[in-house]
Design a protein around this ligand. Sequence first.
Ligand SMILES: Nc1nc2c(ncn2[C@@H]2O[C@H](COP(=O)(O)O)[C@@H](O)[C@H]2O)c(=O)[nH]1
Ligand SMILES: [Mn+2]
Length: 299
Amino acid sequence: MSDADPAQVSDRAVQRGQGQVGSLGSGNHFLEVQAVDHVYDEPAAEAFGLRPGQICVMVHSGSRGMGHQICTDHVRVMERVMPRYGINVPDRQLACAPVSSPEGRAYLGAMAAAANYARANRQLLGEAARRVFARVVGRRLDLVYDISHNLAKIETHRVDGVDKRLCVHRKGATRALPPGHPDLPADLAGVGQPVLIPGSMGTPSYVLTGVAGSPAFASTCHGAGRAQSRTQAAKSVRGKELRDQLEAQDISVRGASMRGLAEETPQAYKDVSAVVESAEGGGLCRRVARLVPVGVVKG
Ligand SMILES: Nc1nc2c(ncn2[C@@H]2O[C@H](COP(=O)(O)O)[C@@H](O)[C@H]2O)c(=O)[nH]1
Ligand SMILES: [Mn+2]
Protein backbone atom coordinates (compact mmCIF):
# COMPACT_ATOMS: atom_id res chain seq x y z
CA MET A 1 0.00 0.00 0.00
CA SER A 2 1.53 3.27 -1.10
CA ASP A 3 0.13 5.22 1.86
CA ALA A 4 2.21 3.22 4.36
CA ASP A 5 4.08 5.39 6.86
CA PRO A 6 6.90 3.35 8.44
CA ALA A 7 7.75 6.32 10.71
CA GLN A 8 4.55 5.48 12.64
CA VAL A 9 5.75 1.94 13.40
CA SER A 10 7.48 1.68 16.78
CA ASP A 11 10.94 0.11 17.26
CA ARG A 12 9.30 -2.63 19.32
CA ALA A 13 6.92 -3.46 16.44
CA VAL A 14 9.80 -3.57 13.94
CA GLN A 15 11.79 -5.78 16.29
CA ARG A 16 8.89 -8.23 16.66
CA GLY A 17 8.36 -8.27 12.90
CA GLN A 18 12.00 -8.90 12.06
CA GLY A 19 12.09 -12.20 13.89
CA GLN A 20 8.86 -13.51 12.39
CA VAL A 21 8.85 -12.67 8.69
CA GLY A 22 8.17 -15.82 6.65
CA SER A 23 6.34 -17.59 9.49
CA LEU A 24 2.73 -18.74 9.65
CA GLY A 25 1.68 -17.84 13.17
CA SER A 26 -0.56 -19.80 15.50
CA GLY A 27 -4.32 -20.06 16.03
CA ASN A 28 -6.44 -19.85 12.91
CA HIS A 29 -3.47 -19.28 10.61
CA PHE A 30 -2.74 -22.08 8.19
CA LEU A 31 -1.18 -23.26 4.98
CA GLU A 32 -3.47 -25.80 3.36
CA VAL A 33 -3.19 -28.02 0.31
CA GLN A 34 -6.66 -28.27 -1.24
CA ALA A 35 -8.39 -29.86 -4.24
CA VAL A 36 -11.06 -28.12 -6.34
CA ASP A 37 -14.06 -30.44 -5.90
CA HIS A 38 -16.83 -28.32 -7.45
CA VAL A 39 -16.98 -25.46 -9.93
CA TYR A 40 -20.10 -23.23 -9.83
CA ASP A 41 -19.06 -20.74 -12.50
CA GLU A 42 -16.83 -22.14 -15.25
CA PRO A 43 -15.87 -18.88 -17.02
CA ALA A 44 -14.97 -17.22 -13.70
CA ALA A 45 -13.06 -20.32 -12.53
CA GLU A 46 -11.16 -20.35 -15.81
CA ALA A 47 -10.32 -16.67 -15.44
CA PHE A 48 -8.95 -17.42 -11.95
CA GLY A 49 -6.98 -20.42 -13.32
CA LEU A 50 -9.09 -22.99 -11.41
CA ARG A 51 -10.46 -26.28 -12.79
CA PRO A 52 -12.05 -29.40 -11.23
CA GLY A 53 -9.58 -31.72 -9.53
CA GLN A 54 -6.84 -29.10 -9.46
CA ILE A 55 -4.55 -28.96 -6.45
CA CYS A 56 -4.18 -25.53 -4.80
CA VAL A 57 -2.45 -24.04 -1.78
CA MET A 58 -4.31 -21.57 0.44
CA VAL A 59 -2.28 -19.47 2.90
CA HIS A 60 -3.80 -17.55 5.80
CA SER A 61 -1.23 -15.45 7.61
CA GLY A 62 -0.75 -11.77 8.29
CA SER A 63 1.34 -9.12 10.00
CA ARG A 64 2.26 -11.36 12.97
CA GLY A 65 3.56 -9.74 16.14
CA MET A 66 4.32 -6.54 14.26
CA GLY A 67 0.64 -5.89 13.49
CA HIS A 68 -0.30 -6.81 17.04
CA GLN A 69 2.24 -4.35 18.45
CA ILE A 70 1.08 -1.58 16.07
CA CYS A 71 -2.47 -2.11 17.30
CA THR A 72 -1.37 -2.04 20.96
CA ASP A 73 0.71 1.11 20.44
CA HIS A 74 -1.97 3.05 18.60
CA VAL A 75 -4.90 1.96 20.79
CA ARG A 76 -2.91 3.41 23.69
CA VAL A 77 -2.59 6.74 21.84
CA MET A 78 -6.29 6.74 20.91
CA GLU A 79 -7.28 6.14 24.54
CA ARG A 80 -5.26 9.15 25.58
CA VAL A 81 -6.65 11.54 22.94
CA MET A 82 -10.33 10.49 22.88
CA PRO A 83 -11.43 13.15 25.43
CA ARG A 84 -9.88 15.83 23.18
CA TYR A 85 -12.31 14.80 20.43
CA GLY A 86 -15.28 14.30 22.78
CA ILE A 87 -15.35 10.53 22.11
CA ASN A 88 -16.59 8.05 24.68
CA VAL A 89 -16.60 4.27 24.08
CA PRO A 90 -17.86 1.38 26.23
CA ASP A 91 -14.77 -0.81 25.64
CA ARG A 92 -11.10 0.21 25.36
CA GLN A 93 -10.78 -2.00 22.25
CA LEU A 94 -13.04 0.54 20.53
CA ALA A 95 -10.69 3.44 21.28
CA CYS A 96 -10.57 5.75 18.26
CA ALA A 97 -9.87 9.21 16.88
CA PRO A 98 -11.20 10.99 13.76
CA VAL A 99 -9.73 9.62 10.52
CA SER A 100 -8.41 13.06 9.56
CA SER A 101 -6.80 13.77 12.97
CA PRO A 102 -2.99 13.42 13.36
CA GLU A 103 -3.58 10.29 15.49
CA GLY A 104 -6.01 8.80 12.96
CA ARG A 105 -3.64 9.44 10.06
CA ALA A 106 -0.70 8.02 12.00
CA TYR A 107 -2.60 4.81 12.71
CA LEU A 108 -3.72 4.42 9.08
CA GLY A 109 -0.10 4.89 7.94
CA ALA A 110 1.16 2.29 10.43
CA MET A 111 -1.66 -0.12 9.50
CA ALA A 112 -0.78 0.18 5.80
CA ALA A 113 2.85 -0.60 6.71
CA ALA A 114 1.61 -3.70 8.57
CA ALA A 115 -0.41 -4.72 5.48
CA ASN A 116 2.74 -4.46 3.34
CA TYR A 117 4.67 -6.55 5.86
CA ALA A 118 1.86 -9.14 5.81
CA ARG A 119 2.03 -9.31 2.03
CA ALA A 120 5.80 -9.84 2.14
CA ASN A 121 5.25 -12.52 4.77
CA ARG A 122 2.75 -14.37 2.54
CA GLN A 123 5.09 -14.02 -0.44
CA LEU A 124 7.78 -15.84 1.52
CA LEU A 125 5.35 -18.55 2.60
CA GLY A 126 4.09 -18.87 -0.98
CA GLU A 127 7.65 -19.10 -2.27
CA ALA A 128 8.43 -21.86 0.24
CA ALA A 129 5.36 -23.78 -1.00
CA ARG A 130 6.41 -23.19 -4.64
CA ARG A 131 9.86 -24.63 -4.00
CA VAL A 132 8.42 -27.73 -2.33
CA PHE A 133 5.93 -28.31 -5.17
CA ALA A 134 8.66 -27.81 -7.79
CA ARG A 135 11.00 -30.24 -6.01
CA VAL A 136 8.51 -32.93 -5.00
CA VAL A 137 5.96 -32.99 -7.83
CA GLY A 138 7.70 -30.89 -10.49
CA ARG A 139 4.72 -28.51 -10.78
CA ARG A 140 4.40 -24.72 -10.76
CA LEU A 141 2.07 -22.80 -8.42
CA ASP A 142 0.48 -19.68 -9.97
CA LEU A 143 -1.03 -16.99 -7.77
CA VAL A 144 -4.84 -16.69 -7.85
CA TYR A 145 -5.00 -13.69 -5.52
CA ASP A 146 -3.43 -12.15 -2.43
CA ILE A 147 -5.72 -10.04 -0.28
CA SER A 148 -5.68 -8.59 3.22
CA HIS A 149 -8.51 -8.67 5.73
CA ASN A 150 -9.02 -7.03 9.13
CA LEU A 151 -7.88 -3.74 7.63
CA ALA A 152 -9.12 -0.15 7.35
CA LYS A 153 -8.60 1.60 3.99
CA ILE A 154 -9.57 4.90 2.46
CA GLU A 155 -11.70 4.13 -0.62
CA THR A 156 -14.17 5.85 -2.92
CA HIS A 157 -17.76 4.52 -2.87
CA ARG A 158 -21.00 5.82 -4.33
CA VAL A 159 -23.45 6.78 -1.57
CA ASP A 160 -26.90 8.12 -2.53
CA GLY A 161 -25.64 8.74 -6.06
CA VAL A 162 -22.55 10.69 -4.94
CA ASP A 163 -18.92 9.47 -4.89
CA LYS A 164 -17.53 9.72 -1.35
CA ARG A 165 -14.11 9.07 0.21
CA LEU A 166 -14.75 6.66 3.07
CA CYS A 167 -12.65 4.83 5.63
CA VAL A 168 -13.82 1.23 5.12
CA HIS A 169 -12.92 -0.94 8.10
CA ARG A 170 -13.17 -4.62 7.27
CA LYS A 171 -12.96 -6.59 10.51
CA GLY A 172 -13.70 -10.29 10.03
CA ALA A 173 -14.36 -9.18 6.48
CA THR A 174 -12.54 -8.87 3.19
CA ARG A 175 -12.82 -6.81 0.02
CA ALA A 176 -14.89 -8.13 -2.90
CA LEU A 177 -14.57 -5.84 -5.93
CA PRO A 178 -17.28 -6.30 -8.60
CA PRO A 179 -16.58 -6.79 -12.33
CA GLY A 180 -15.57 -3.56 -14.03
CA HIS A 181 -14.17 -1.95 -10.88
CA PRO A 182 -11.34 0.47 -11.80
CA ASP A 183 -8.97 -1.04 -9.18
CA LEU A 184 -9.07 -4.49 -10.83
CA PRO A 185 -6.21 -5.58 -13.11
CA ALA A 186 -7.18 -6.05 -16.79
CA ASP A 187 -7.35 -9.88 -16.58
CA LEU A 188 -9.97 -9.72 -13.80
CA ALA A 189 -11.98 -6.75 -15.10
CA GLY A 190 -14.71 -8.90 -16.64
CA VAL A 191 -15.09 -11.34 -13.71
CA GLY A 192 -14.46 -9.40 -10.50
CA GLN A 193 -12.02 -9.93 -7.66
CA PRO A 194 -11.32 -13.45 -6.41
CA VAL A 195 -12.62 -13.73 -2.85
CA LEU A 196 -11.28 -16.45 -0.55
CA ILE A 197 -13.53 -17.78 2.23
CA PRO A 198 -11.83 -20.56 4.21
CA GLY A 199 -13.93 -22.98 6.29
CA SER A 200 -11.78 -25.05 8.66
CA MET A 201 -9.15 -27.75 8.43
CA GLY A 202 -11.84 -30.44 8.02
CA THR A 203 -14.43 -28.72 5.82
CA PRO A 204 -14.52 -27.04 2.39
CA SER A 205 -13.25 -23.56 1.61
CA TYR A 206 -14.63 -21.38 -1.20
CA VAL A 207 -13.41 -19.11 -3.95
CA LEU A 208 -16.01 -16.50 -4.87
CA THR A 209 -16.10 -13.27 -6.80
CA GLY A 210 -17.33 -9.77 -6.07
CA VAL A 211 -20.71 -8.67 -7.50
CA ALA A 212 -22.15 -5.35 -8.65
CA GLY A 213 -24.53 -3.48 -6.35
CA SER A 214 -23.12 -4.89 -3.09
CA PRO A 215 -24.80 -3.18 -0.14
CA ALA A 216 -21.59 -3.52 1.95
CA PHE A 217 -19.05 -1.22 0.27
CA ALA A 218 -17.63 -4.11 -1.78
CA SER A 219 -17.04 -6.34 1.25
CA THR A 220 -17.93 -9.84 2.34
CA CYS A 221 -17.06 -12.19 5.20
CA HIS A 222 -13.60 -13.65 5.49
CA GLY A 223 -14.11 -17.17 6.74
CA ALA A 224 -16.79 -19.22 8.42
CA GLY A 225 -16.09 -17.61 11.79
CA ARG A 226 -15.93 -19.27 15.18
CA ALA A 227 -18.91 -20.96 16.80
CA GLN A 228 -16.97 -21.99 19.95
CA SER A 229 -14.28 -20.30 22.01
CA ARG A 230 -10.79 -21.82 21.97
CA THR A 231 -11.32 -23.08 25.54
CA GLN A 232 -14.64 -24.75 24.66
CA ALA A 233 -13.08 -26.32 21.56
CA ALA A 234 -10.06 -27.67 23.46
CA LYS A 235 -12.41 -29.24 26.03
CA SER A 236 -14.42 -30.99 23.29
CA VAL A 237 -11.62 -33.04 21.71
CA ARG A 238 -7.99 -34.06 22.21
CA GLY A 239 -5.50 -32.93 19.56
CA LYS A 240 -4.26 -36.43 18.79
CA GLU A 241 -7.80 -37.83 18.48
CA LEU A 242 -8.70 -35.00 16.09
CA ARG A 243 -5.60 -35.55 13.98
CA ASP A 244 -6.43 -39.28 13.72
CA GLN A 245 -10.03 -38.45 12.69
CA LEU A 246 -8.82 -36.08 9.97
CA GLU A 247 -6.15 -38.51 8.76
CA ALA A 248 -8.94 -41.14 8.48
CA GLN A 249 -10.69 -38.70 6.11
CA ASP A 250 -7.43 -38.47 4.07
CA ILE A 251 -6.56 -35.03 5.43
CA SER A 252 -2.92 -34.85 6.57
CA VAL A 253 -2.40 -32.57 9.55
CA ARG A 254 0.78 -31.01 10.90
CA GLY A 255 0.51 -28.69 13.88
CA ALA A 256 2.96 -26.98 16.20
CA SER A 257 1.02 -28.24 19.26
CA MET A 258 -1.73 -30.75 20.00
CA ARG A 259 -3.57 -28.19 22.17
CA GLY A 260 -3.45 -25.73 19.23
CA LEU A 261 -4.98 -28.37 16.95
CA ALA A 262 -7.81 -29.10 19.38
CA GLU A 263 -8.60 -25.37 19.60
CA GLU A 264 -9.02 -25.39 15.82
CA THR A 265 -11.31 -28.41 15.58
CA PRO A 266 -13.74 -28.03 12.64
CA GLN A 267 -16.66 -28.17 15.12
CA ALA A 268 -15.40 -24.88 16.57
CA TYR A 269 -16.35 -23.13 13.32
CA LYS A 270 -19.72 -22.28 11.77
CA ASP A 271 -20.96 -24.22 8.75
CA VAL A 272 -18.99 -22.50 5.98
CA SER A 273 -21.40 -23.64 3.24
CA ALA A 274 -24.30 -21.97 5.06
CA VAL A 275 -22.20 -18.84 5.65
CA VAL A 276 -21.23 -18.63 1.96
CA GLU A 277 -24.85 -19.18 0.89
CA SER A 278 -26.00 -16.29 3.07
CA ALA A 279 -23.22 -14.02 1.79
CA GLU A 280 -24.30 -14.87 -1.77
CA GLY A 281 -28.00 -14.50 -0.87
CA GLY A 282 -27.23 -11.09 0.64
CA GLY A 283 -25.79 -9.92 -2.67
CA LEU A 284 -22.21 -9.63 -1.37
CA CYS A 285 -20.45 -12.17 -3.58
CA ARG A 286 -20.99 -15.15 -5.90
CA ARG A 287 -19.59 -18.69 -5.64
CA VAL A 288 -17.00 -19.76 -8.19
CA ALA A 289 -15.43 -22.94 -6.80
CA ARG A 290 -15.39 -25.17 -3.72
CA LEU A 291 -12.12 -26.61 -2.46
CA VAL A 292 -11.65 -29.49 -0.03
CA PRO A 293 -8.67 -29.97 2.30
CA VAL A 294 -5.98 -32.52 1.50
CA GLY A 295 -3.27 -31.49 3.94
CA VAL A 296 -3.01 -28.69 6.48
CA VAL A 297 -0.18 -27.07 8.38
CA LYS A 298 -1.16 -25.09 11.49
CA GLY A 299 1.43 -22.84 13.10
N1 LIG B 1 -9.41 -24.05 5.29
C1 LIG B 1 -9.15 -23.71 6.57
N2 LIG B 1 -9.84 -22.68 7.13
C2 LIG B 1 -9.57 -22.36 8.40
C3 LIG B 1 -8.61 -23.03 9.17
N3 LIG B 1 -8.55 -22.45 10.40
C4 LIG B 1 -9.44 -21.45 10.38
N4 LIG B 1 -10.05 -21.37 9.18
C5 LIG B 1 -11.04 -20.40 8.70
O1 LIG B 1 -10.34 -19.21 8.42
C6 LIG B 1 -11.04 -18.09 8.96
C7 LIG B 1 -10.05 -17.07 9.37
O2 LIG B 1 -10.72 -15.90 9.57
P1 LIG B 1 -10.26 -14.73 10.53
O3 LIG B 1 -11.10 -13.59 10.12
O4 LIG B 1 -10.57 -15.22 11.92
O5 LIG B 1 -8.82 -14.50 10.34
C8 LIG B 1 -11.83 -18.66 10.13
O6 LIG B 1 -12.99 -17.90 10.37
C9 LIG B 1 -12.14 -20.06 9.68
O7 LIG B 1 -13.39 -20.13 9.06
C10 LIG B 1 -7.90 -24.11 8.55
O8 LIG B 1 -7.02 -24.75 9.16
N5 LIG B 1 -8.19 -24.40 7.26
MN1 LIG C 1 -7.19 -13.63 9.67
